[in-house]
Each structure stands twice: as structure tokens, then as C-alpha cells.
Design a protein around this ligand. Structure first.
Ligand SMILES: *Cc1c(COP(=O)(O)O)cnc(C)c1O
Length: 379
């Protein structure tokens, strides 16, 4: 389907194409100087000591769970309202996600009260997800983590460059995990980043990213006769030079792109504020969200009609997310259903509207008008 206004779109031009072509001509394609430069630049942007580039956001999460040694019968508390990778990356290592509810349907990020209530002797970590690029309640979450001596993993897939109280998201917890998937605010096609202030975690993450080897191919390339040891069995979660090159140019666009996303979100909000039956989450948002998504709530009984009316005009929408506990693979967690009422209500009513830096303002006016008409004409 050729959408007039897709849900998301790339901001990418000749600068990326030329830079990637240069890297292709350089003769070094696997993890090397471009990846190192991207890591240094990403760490500088966040104001954090270590940034470790990986193959994708799911790899960053899996590495985080591995680094924290969350094993068989051990649990990590997390929202069910997230992309399934947040939970999958733990399950494949043998750990168990313990799903808790969102704070409210107006603030669909993990509820600190529910976190504290879910802590057991098996809990090893608190995993949070900055939904749509809007910050979770970090002050309360960090206080709980300190009180119970738990690690905090921030799933920042939606939140590169977002801030809370002047500090970048991803720098509050023990480990921050970013995704550079095609539809994210900063893209390399496939790619990701793990960030931490902790030297030991960073050193081990670098090892595990590349088979547990003490020396990379790039380091060996620069040194005659260099050999290596394998300290611990790891993965191949490396990023390559073409993607790192793309990421470096995308990084330059991130701050202005995020600002544009905030501007467009504000336009949506002002136009939709007066539409009856539309509820806008995150009206009292922290000062600098990344505005990855534009979520609205409509009555669940009319959502399909709104989706159809927009699709008829070539406007794509989506739902973020079907809760993880509702998937077949998570049927053992269905018992949690009764404790996830706000998550279930949010998921039944949520609709994600198109949002990307080059979305024309007229599109927003049209989308708001279509939603208004459709809801006004409901039987
Ligand atoms: C995109 C996403 C991921 C996974 O990232 P990939 O790079 O696609 O592996 C994880 N968590 C959330 C919330 C995401 O949106």
C-alpha cells in the first residue's frame, strides 16, 4: 500500500549516501574506526562514560540481561505495554519477565507503586521503557531500586536524545539500551547501543559483543602478530562500518529532528484537544520528550472506524502495543491479566498517528479533521 502519510518516514539524504559510499570505498567494512567514532559521539551526546554499539536494540537488551546475570528462575520487573523484544530478550536467556501495570492511561509508563509491590526474592532488575520517548518517573524508580538493591535497565528504543530534568534518558539506570531500527528517531537500518557509566559492565559488554574475544579484528589488523584469548562465551552482536557511518550522520540530525517532532506533536495536541472522545496521554509531559510516537486514545468501540476513515485517505496508523502478556508465547503469564487493567484499557483504546520530522503541517490538520468527523458521526 502506498500511503500518502505513512506512520513514520526516514530523514535521510545525500549526506548519508555519500558518507556510506566513502566507507564502502575505504576497504574496511566490519566494526572499526566508524563504529568507534559513533560510540564516542553517542556517549558525548548523552553525557555518559561508555557507549557500546551493537547489531540491534534487542541485542543491547539481551547483553544487558546477560551482564546482570539474570538466569533461570530469576525475574526482571517490566511493563507489559512495550515491544515484545523487551521481554523476549530475557526469556531466551531463561529469565522471567514479571509484568506490571502502567501508571495511568494518561501516563502509560511503568507504575512505580506496582514495581515495588511486585518485588520478590527472585527479582534481579527493574526494566523500564520510555513509551513514545516520554520519560518514566525516574526519581521514584531509582529510589525503589536503591532501597531493594536492584539494577535498572532503561529500554530507550523510543528515547534517543530525550531529557528529564536536564539529563538524557538512558543515563539514569545501570544500563541504557537504544535501537537504531528503521522506524526509530535515529536509524542505521538495523543497529543499537548499550550505554553505562560502569567500567566493569562496559568492559564485559565489549567482550560479550564479540565472542568474548580479548581483541577485535580491527585491533589485530593494526598490529603484527597479535593474538587473542576468549575469556567468556559471547555473541556476535557487532555493528558494521556502513551502519555506523549512517548513524554518525543521523546523530547530527537527532536534536533538530526531535525538536521538530515536539513541534508537530504540539500541533496535533492543540487541534485534538477540543475533539470530544479523544484523550491525549502525556499532556503533562516532561520538558524534552523524543516524541517518537503520537499516541491518542479513542473509544475502543470506534477505533476500527477511525482507522478505516484515515486509511481511506491514505493515512497509516498503528497500535502501540498489544500487551506482551496477551501473546500466545506468553500464555503462562496470562494470570497477570487481572493486575494489568490500565494496560489493557490503554491497549484497547490507543491509536498511533503518523509522526516524523518531514510530516507536513497540513497533514496534521487533515488527520485531526478526519478524526473529529468520524467521532462526531458515531452511531
Ligand atoms: C524497537 C524496539 C526494540 C527492539 O529494537 P530492535 O533494534 O528492533 O531490535 C526494543 N524495545 C522497544 C520498546 C522498541 O520499540
Amino acid at each position: 500500500m502506498q500511503w500518502r502519510y505513512p506512520l513514520c518516514d526516514l530523514t535521510l539524504d545525500e549526506a548519508e549516501i555519500a558518507a556510506v559510499a566513502d566507507t564502502l570505498r575505504s576497504g574496511w567494512l566490519t566494526m572499526g574506526p566508524q563504529t568507534e567514532a559513533l560510540e564516542a559521539e553517542f556517549a558525548a551526546l548523552l553525557g555518559i562514560k561508555h557507549a557500546i554499539a551493537v547489531a540491534n536494540g534487542t541485542a543491547a537488551l539481551q547483553l544487558a540481561y546477560h551482564l546482570l546475570d539474570i538466569r533461570e528462575k530469576q525475574e526482571a520487573i517490566m511493563p507489559s505495554l512495550t515491544f515484545v523484544a523487551t521481554a523476549n530478550a530475557l526469556v531466551v536467556l531463561g529469565g522471567r519477565p514479571r509484568f506490571v501495570d502502567i501508571a495511568s492511561i494518561l501516563e502509560p509508563t511503568i507504575d512505580p507503586v506496582a514495581i515495588e509491590a511486585a518485588i520478590t526474592a527472585s527479582t534481579r532488575a527493574i526494566v523500564i521503557m520510555h513509551y513514545g520517548g516520554y520519560a518514566c518517573r525516574m526519581e521514584e524508580i531509582i529510589a525503589i531500586a536503591r532501597k531493594y538493591n536492584l539494577a535498572v535497565i532503561e529500554d530507550c528504543a523510543h528515547a534517543p536524545g530525550a531529557e528529564l530534568q536536564g539529563r538524557k534518558l538512558g543515563t539514569f539506570g545501570t544500563i541504557g539500551c537504544f535501537s537504531f531500527f528503521s522506524n526509530k528517531n535515529l536509524t542505521t537500518g538495523e543497529g543499537g547501543m548499550l550505554v553505562t557509566e560502569n567500567d566493569e559492565l562496559a568492559a564485559r559488554a565489549r567482550l560479550l559483543r564479540s565472542h568474548g574475544m580479548t581483541r577485535s579484528s580491527w585491533a589485530r589488523h593494526q598490529q603484527a602478530g597479535a593474538s587473542y584469548d576468549v575469556l567468556e562465551c559471547g555473541y556476535n552482536f557487532r555493528l558494521d562500518e556502513m551502519r555506523a557511518t549512517l548513524g554518525r550522520i543521523q546523530l547530527h540530525r537527532l536534536i533538530s529532528n526531535n525538536a521538530r517532532r515536539r513541534y508537530l506533536s504540539a500541533r496535533y495536541r492543540s487541534l485534538l484537544a477540543t475533539v470530544s472522545n479523544v484523550v491525549l496521554p502525556f499532556q503533562k509531559a516532561p520538558e524534552r520528550p523524543a516524541c517518537h510516537l503520537m499516541p491518542i486514545l479513542v473509544p475502543s468501540a470506534t477505533r476500527a472506524r477511525v482507522v478505516a476513515a484515515l486509511a481511506q485517505r491514505g493515512i497509516q496508523t498503528s497500535i502501540h502495543y498489544r500487551p506482551v502478556h496477551s501473546f500466545t508465547a506468553y500464555r503462562d503469564e496470562r494470570e497477570m491479566n487481572d493486575s494489568l487493567l490500565r494496560t489493557n484499557e490503554f491497549a484497547a483504546r490507543e491509536l498511533t498517528l503518523p509522526l516524523y520530522p518531514d510530516l507536513p503541517e497540513e497533514a496534521i490538520d487533515e488527520i485531526a479533521a478526519v478524526i473529529g468527523e468520524t467521532l462526531a458521526n458515531q452511531p
